[in-house]
Design a protein around this ligand. Structure first.
Ligand SMILES: [Ca+2]
Ligand SMILES: [Ca+2]
Length: 246
């Protein structure tokens, strides 16, 4: 192995280490699981449209024991917004590595199978980026909205008629059909110093009588390691070093 390659490996290992133990970033990992209250860090609108689930038919949390389920049953749309009284979105620190990623697992489910072209229920996930100020009042960045993922009944069954997509699963989650949990990654290293928020929405098309849903779990910050696998940032396993300026 060349000297340069060794140096690169050492630098990568250092970055991975500093990422792997970063309590400030790790507190942004939102998994709907204990010890925090299940919806800690989130606000559902309306409040009753998001439920905490442990296991639905064929659909298990990606971080046990819980995941969240947004349902549009009987309503125009269901929203889950990142941020609550105690945790206002995610502040991307000024020293964030450029390859920092926001990760979220999503699964779209629908009962609008065989209901024809009109009832194309949809789900969208966006990342909203807000500008912040330096201590001296200089603005950092601009507002921005990044589409993370979008789903529709038509992706499961085009036109609401005929066969379902080969990647969809009949009966998933107790719904007529759906897509299993899959990971989504959003590069956020460019948003240093800015605050970011995930917004998830499930809409009803035309009427509100037949439901669709979006399952969500395992929101975290992390990066891809040198083997191509995703590593989320964990809390420091050792007691933090006391500092004066806290
Ligand atoms: Ca979980
Ligand atoms: Ca519907």
């Amino acid at each position: 192995m060349s000297r340069i390659n060794k140096t690169v490996l050492a630098v990568v290992a250092l970055i991975t280490l500093s990422l792997a133990a970063n309590p400030a970033l790790a507190q942004n990992n939102l998994t709907f699981d204990p010890p925090l209250p299940p919806l800690s860090g989130w606000t559902p609108l309306p409040a009753t449209c998001v439920t905490i689930q442990t296991l639905l038919p064929g659909l298990a949390p990606t971080t046990p024991p819980n995941f969240a389920l947004l349902s549009n049953n009987g309503i125009r749309q269901c929203n889950l917004i990142q941020g609550d009284a105690a945790n206002d979105g995610i502040l991307i620190p000024a020293n964030a590595p450029p390859n920092l990623l926001l990760h979220v697992d999503l699964a779209f489910l629908s009962n609008e199978i065989g209901s024809g072209p009109l009832f194309n229920d949809t789900a969208e996930v966006f990342l909203t980026v807000l500008p912040t100020m330096t201590a001296s009042g200089v603005p950092i960045g601009f507002s921005k909205s990044v589409r993370v993922a979008s789903f529709s009944r038509n992706m499961i069954q085009p036109g609401g008629l005929g066969p379902i997509a080969s990647t969809a699963v009949v009966g998933l989650g107790g719904f007529s059909a759906g897509f299993p949990f899959a990971p989504y990654f959003i590069p956020v290293g460019e948003f240093k110093g800015q605050r970011v928020f995930l917004t998830l929405t499930v809409r009803n098309a035309i009427d509100t009588s037949v439901a669709s849903a979006l399952a969500v779990d395992s929101v975290s910050l992390g990066n891809f390691n040198s083997y191509g696998g995703y590593t989320h940032i964990s809390s420091d396993p050792e007691p933090p070093t006391p500092r004066r300026n806290r």
